[in-house]
Design a protein. Structure first.
Length: 264
């Protein structure tokens, strides 16, 4: 039998980010396994940009099919199941487990829960969305790390917590909360908008971008002059996320008035 070998250089030729190149190489490895061994393979959790890149590649390959899973329809982070085109994927095949952390009194944040799990030595790519509902949180994880978390996670921050496995049908979406602000900028350049919205200097915003700490729609951006558009989501490491919701027009001084949604 002749084994299928994909041309990796073809798929990474226009990708410059090392992290994304590694993601693509791992994806191609899994595709080859599916084509040669006729078994199901799963990616780790991917953000929306990583999935867009992955699906562009998957759609070019014959004799395979794929499905995305994240626990909920609108999950931000999802895995991709890749399988032979004739295979019918069953619910038992899905490589996800669902956990609930409860019995705590602190007002924990997403960072608190994520930090406690990563502190166990688990890679971020194995963890999906974290759904916080006040007195409890629901965590979506790869099956391979589920038992370890159940056994090992005793605290979030300094507080003791309890944890148990739950079923997918008990997952509850989280309503996105945001603070709305209106500010003015000279242009839609990324560095200027970050400076205005986050109340930092233009020099600081440029450093964040150049160091690879800024993403637009989950894609890492290193060019300070990139212009963003209505609906774009911007994240800056250490500062959180915001959406350029509306461009409201120009002021008398010819500056742009913009409506920003700061995600809490």
């Amino acid at each position: 039998m002749i084994l299928v070998k994909l041309n990796r250089e073809k798929y990474i030729a226009n990708i410059h980010d090392k992290e994304q190149i590694n993601n693509i190489r791992r994806l191609l490895d899994k595709i080859e396994i599916v084509l040669n061994k006729h078994i199901v393979q799963y990616t780790d959790f991917l953000d929306p940009y990583e999935r867009r890149v992955s699906l562009t590649i998957l759609n070019q390959i014959d004799n395979i099919a794929y499905s995305e899973f994240g626990g909920l329809k609108n999950s931000e982070r999802k895995i991709i199941a890749i399988y032979p085109h004739y295979y019918i994927l069953s619910p038992e095949d899905i490589d996800l487990n669902f956990l609930m952390i409860y019995d705590y009194v602190s007002n924990f944040t997403h960072r608190d829960f994520l930090g406690s799990i990563l502190g166990l030595g688990i890679n971020r790519e194995k963890i999906g969305d974290i759904l916080i509902h006040g007195s409890y949180a629901q965590i979506i994880v790869k099956k391979e790390i589920s038992d370890f978390i159940l056994i090992s996670l005793k605290k979030v921050g300094r507080e003791n917590v309890k944890i148990k496995e739950i079923s997918a049908d008990t997952l509850i979406p989280v309503e996105v909360k945001y603070k709305e602000i209106i500010t003015t900028v000279s242009s839609l350049r990324l560095d200027g908008i970050i400076s205005s919205v986050l109340n930092i200097s233009r020099n600081e915003s440029q450093k964040l971008i150049e160091q690879g700490f800024v993403k637009v729609n989950w894609e890492k951006i290193t060019k300070t002059h990139k212009e963003i558009e209505e609906g774009d989501m911007v994240s800056a490491r250490g500062y959180g996320r915001f959406v350029l919701y509306l461009i409201l027009g120009k002021t008398k001084k010819d500056r742009l008035r913009i409506n920003i949604k700061l995600l809490k």
